[in-house]
Design a protein around this ligand. Sequence first.
Ligand SMILES: Cc1ncc(COP(=O)(O)O)c(C=O)c1O
Length: 389
Amino acid sequence: MHDSTKIIRSTLTRAVAGEPLHPSPVFAAPFHTPGDPNDAPYSYARSHNPTWTVLERAIGQMESGVFAPSHADAGKPYRANALVFASGMAACASVFGAVLHPGDVVVMPANAYFAARQLMQDYFVKMGIVIRFAPTAGDAQGEQLDGARLLWIESPSNPLMEVCDIAALCERAHRAGALVAVDNTTATPLGQRTLALGADFAVASDTKSMTGHSDIVLGHVATRDRELLQQIEQWRTLMGGILGPMEAWLALRSIATLPLRLERSSANAQRIAEYLATRTDVVHGVLYPGLPSHPGHALATRQMQYFGAILSFHLADKSAAETFFAKAKLITESTSFGGTCTCAERRARWGGDAVPEGFIRLSAGLENIDDLLEDIAQALDSLKPAAVR
Ligand SMILES: Cc1ncc(COP(=O)(O)O)c(C=O)c1O
């Protein structure tokens, strides 16, 4: 079965006459638990919830490529190999919190998503964790693995779109005795199967392309290792920052269309990147793994099924970027990525990424590509050719 079929089948309920096709959100804090609470499939909703279960099963099978109908053992607390979190950051924090001990070394990408870097630097360092930063490009993290407990990978990285060889780095990390977590937010599990590439943890913000409607904040962690899964689950239960059933249900609705959305947004991103690369009069440094000119293109072609919705490029400076946004009618100026509409932003305005003032990250939406290209062309036409500052 192909991914789109599996995902759709995984979100259906058991075929019982008169029952709805899809599960509804279950709103509950405690569940009936007479006698031994361990005999009940659900007891208290900080630990588990039937709506999470269906979502975790669907995400778990996406991550592992294994298909199990959502209702296979209905009524029992199904142990998926994925756990859902209230946000992508909560998912990242659960891996840091569950596996790192004082004195442990973590190897992080120098250009990892800035909040993950900040969490590590501002909080985990205080608890005695040692960070080694190295670039994603060129597999430079592989040189820093001596004595490390955790290798944290982000490929393609946000927002610089750097790519590393995930399988090769996993092998090197395992040889060095380190666990590997891949933040797969930009690619999604359909774009890149990180567990199959050797990662111990697949981590993601599902706020982005995974759910793809810019209306929920969500994250997940998947692992094939039961013991690690239990540690992550315990962290979630004890920290208690869980997602509500409504968000889980919205996510379940959304992921059924992931294959369609990913196909369209990747195709649109490819065409936009190709067009931007021709506009050397005003556009510089177009970065998209699908472009043959991208330094990681051959690698990305090997390890990714889709190149994803995100690309980045530079305009001359802050003022050129602001003019571009003012003129573009089909590009919504906003942060985040992976939604239905094409969005972009000047990343330097946040101050967290080492990028020039005119650096723009663009997330291709699902619109008609000719409309997008026409709009981008007229917005670029309004800029004066100038060197990048
Ligand atoms: C690569 C990456 N990881 C993690 C996160 C954090 O996700 P969330 O905003 O859902 O907490 C983001 C958010 O932009 C991200 O881009």
